[in-house]
Design a protein around this ligand. Structure first.
Ligand SMILES: [Ca+2]
Length: 297
């Protein structure tokens, strides 16, 4: 009898420890932000639901968001516990078959254009806001294209983008954060590309390299304007790395709203297990009216 009681106590203690342990692990980065910063968050995804319902809410006719993949079974977005910035889960964005632009584009796109589903009283995202996410690159991927098979774009790898609808209500990219590869030292860094401005590319003068196998934070301030009064500023781990103002950030005054997304999108990449395959991770993504990376040092 004494042995049975002892066993029960041991099991109870063990259960208590497990539940506390999980609770501690699921206390996410966002819940630990300063109160004022936390109060400015319009929307976030920490993926602690263990699925992608924060990006693609079920049972909504008009979610104001969604997951848009290109490439059939060669583009997969899924929640994973393989790595997590905080809590237990992140989102894994995987593409395969992105080889020398010969098989077309492969894309995972996690997109938002409202603060909450239209069905639940959602509104367009504000005219200006901060868009952020933690990212994890497990390998030093390289999207650069080389002669003689470079079709002329030199390579691109879109991991964070803004879009807007044109006069015909067709969604088009406005500003893209690409990850580029420096062949001289093998380092990766973020650059901006905008097909609706001139010049189209803005690169860092002294590129801040991206870590491989470690989480890093990317935050963008985006002010929407279809004339030339828009603004975009990029911080990496709380350090300002890119900026443009007096630029176009929407295509037409009719659709002066931000559409934001993160993902894994290219037509050529190496550095993974096989040519054309690439998995990257995102966690603790947020839209806010205050800069969340002020707390990162
Ligand atoms: Ca998480």
């Amino acid at each position: 009898m004494r042995a049975i009681v002892g066993l029960c106590v041991a099991v109870l203690l063990s259960c208590t420890w497990v539940s506390r342990s999980i609770a501690e692990q699921t206390s996410t980065w966002i819940t630990q932000l300063p109160e004022e910063t936390k109060a400015s968050i319009i929307w976030y995804a920490d993926h602690e639901t263990g699925d992608l319902s924060q990006w693609d809410p079920p049972n909504c006719k008009y979610p104001g968001a969604g997951i848009f993949n290109t490439g059939g079974e060669e583009a997969i977005a899924e929640a994973t516990d393989r790595v997590a910035h905080s809590g237990l889960f992140s989102v894994q964005a995987t593409i395969r078959g992105a080889i020398r632009a010969q098989h077309g584009k492969r894309a995972v796109r996690l997109m938002r254009w409202t603060d909450r589903p239209w069905d639940q009283g959602g509104s367009h995202l504000p005219k200006s806001a901060y868009y952020s996410t933690w990212m994890f690159l497990p390998k030093p991927y390289n999207s650069k294209k080389y002669d003689p098979w470079d079709p002329g774009d030199g390579g691109w790898w879109n991991v964070f983008q803004f879009k807007a609808e044109d006069e015909n209500d067709v969604s088009q990219p406005t500003w893209v954060l690409n990850i580029g590869h420096d062949d001289r030292n093998g380092q990766l860094s973020v650059g901006l590309y905008s097909p609706i401005n001139s010049p189209r590319s803005i690169l860092q003068t002294n590129p801040k390299s991206l870590p491989i196998g470690h989480w890093f934070h990317v935050e963008v301030f985006f002010l929407v304007d279809s004339k030339n009064d828009g603004e975009i500023t990029v911080w990496q781990d709380g350090v300002k790395i890119l900026h443009a103002d007096q630029v176009k950030t929407a295509i037409c005054s009719k659709n002066e709203h931000a559409v934001w997304g993160i993902g894994n999108y290219t037509d050529h990449i190496t550095g993974g297990k096989t040519e054309g395959s690439c998995s990257i991770y995102f966690d603790d993504a947020a839209i806010s009216t205050q800069r969340v990376s002020q707390t990162i040092h």
